[in-house]
Design a protein around this ligand. Structure first.
Ligand SMILES: Cc1cc2nc3c(=O)[nH]c(=O)nc-3n(C[C@H](O)[C@H](O)[C@H](O)COP(=O)(O)OP(=O)(O)OC[C@H]3O[C@@H](n4cnc5c(N)ncnc54)[C@H](O)[C@@H]3O)c2cc1C
Length: 381
């Protein structure tokens, strides 16, 4: 891949990449193993990322952002993904910032975006509940209007950035009788909020350093101005409209992980000897890695096209769903093939390929399960 440059890259972005690389190598890489042990990052990494100018990179400067575009976000996703780093959940943070930018009032943008850009507020999106995941219309959390407030009741699970979250986009029913049309996003500032509680940081099979948590809302009162958008009942449409953004970055993380796995596996098989030759000299190894390289390259070209179209505001949900579906399926296949070539060492935690393998698996489940991607794509037939 060394002679390939994404068509959306330019010299200004190369400079931004240098800054992102410095941040990742100095502030994240040395701490990642510790974060995986404790099942969450240190809170300070968010403020550090803000100081480096790496949060809200595609949010306009007038709201405290970096004033770049989706390509800046893409660079940071790549710098993390190419080192197999999954603890720092900046992409979920960025998705929430986008909701605020796209649907928030002027006051909401001024209230929240600068604090998200500095790392003072960590963003999370709380859709999933114990009884409702793929079928979001089934959410039971209620946000009912009472005078100048909304009163929230319900619980959420599997929420990324859940432990550190200071601002949560809570998907709730404001009009329980109206199905999807009764769903709204209520923005909840969690600090010192009576009735709000974070449950356990969940034990996962991978992505150990990323805080995934449960949340409880018991008669939580938030001001009526916490409603995202001008009217109730728009939550479902808001979520749907931003899907291309979310899915492109999920898929890009998958491509970066495949590229990293290929690099690791070529290095390893070149140095490992068996039966008087290196593993890389064996035809099976060369053929497997030829397939992996081809897959990674096809995925790269596809995702680069998505990024370009996203930057131009032209990426549709069906194409983004195809990218999420195919790339994450390939990602899991590639990790499995690569791990196999490491033999027993691939099963050892100290070898990064084992982390890539377990970290990849959830890519086919979150961000909309891949079966839901197929439904969306099939509807366009
Ligand atoms: C590590 C992690 C992080 C997450 N982060 C977040 C987060 O930040 N915020 C958030 O809100 N949620 C988050 N989630 C939740 C995630 O989005 C859901 O797990 C996912 O949407 C699937 O919902 P579910 O787990 O309830 O599975 P279910 O909806 O019960 O589905 C189970 C399986 O059934 C199949 N299935 C479901 N519906 C259909 C259908 N219509 N057609 C065919 N097959 C179907 C699929 O194979 C699916 O995987 C996270 C999950 C994990 C594991």
């Amino acid at each position: 891949m060394t002679d390939y440059r994404s068509p959306w890259m330019d010299d200004e972005l190369e400079m931004f990449r240098d800054a992102a690389r410095r941040f990742v190598e100095n502030e994240i890489l040395p701490k990642d193993a510790g974060w995986r042990e404790q099942h969450l990052t240190d809170r300070g990494i968010w403020n550090k990322a803000g100081e480096y100018g790496l949060l809200c990179t595609d949010i306009p400067e007038e709201y405290g952002g970096v004033g770049g575009d989706v390509r800046h976000e893409a660079v940071l996703v790549e710098e993390l993904g190419r080192r197999g780093l999954t603890s720092f959940g900046h992409n979920v943070h960025s998705i929430l910032a986008h909701y605020v930018l796209n649907y928030g009032s002027e006051q909401q943008k001024r209230d929240w975006l600068p604090r998200m850009a500095s790392g003072e507020l960590v963003g999370a999106i709380a859709m999933t509940e114990p009884g409702a995941g793929s079928d979001l219309q089934g959410v039971k959390t209620r946000a009912l209007r009472d005078g100048d407030d909304y009163v929230l009741n319900g619980s959420k699970t599997f929420i990324s950035n859940g432990f550190h979250a200071g601002l949560v986009g809570v998907v709730a029913k404001t009009d329980p009788g109206r199905g999807a049309k009764g769903i709204s996003i209520i923005m909840v500032e969690t600090k010192d909020l009576p009735g709000y509680r974070v449950g356990r940081v969940l034990e996962k099979i991978g992505q150990h350093g990323w805080d995934t948590a449960e949340m409880y809302f018991d008669d939580c009162r938030v001001p009526a101005s916490s409603l995202l958008g001008p009217a109730e009942g728009q939550g479902f449409a808001q979520l749907m409209q931003d899907l291309p953004y979310e899915r492109t970055f999920l898929a890009l993380g998958g491509v970066a992980a495949m590229e990293y796995a290929l690099e690791l596996t070529v290095d390893y098989t070149r140095s490992r000897k068996a039966f008087g030759q290196s593993l890389l000299e064996m035809q099976n190894t060369r053929f497997k890695l030829a397939e992996v390289k081809t897959t990674a390259q096809v995925a790269r070209v596809f995702i680069d096209d998505c990024i370009q179209r996203l930057a131009q505001g032209k990426l549709d949900t069906v194409t983004a769903s195809m990218a999420k579906l195919w790339i994450t399926e390939m990602q899991c296949k590639v990790m499995d093939e690569c791990l196999q070539l490491f033999g027993g060492y691939g099963y050892m935690k100290e070898y990064p390929i084992s982390q890539l393998y377990v970290d990849s698996r959830v890519q086919r489940i979150y961000g909309g399960a891949n079966e839901i991607m197929k439904e969306i794509i099939a509807r366009s037939l």
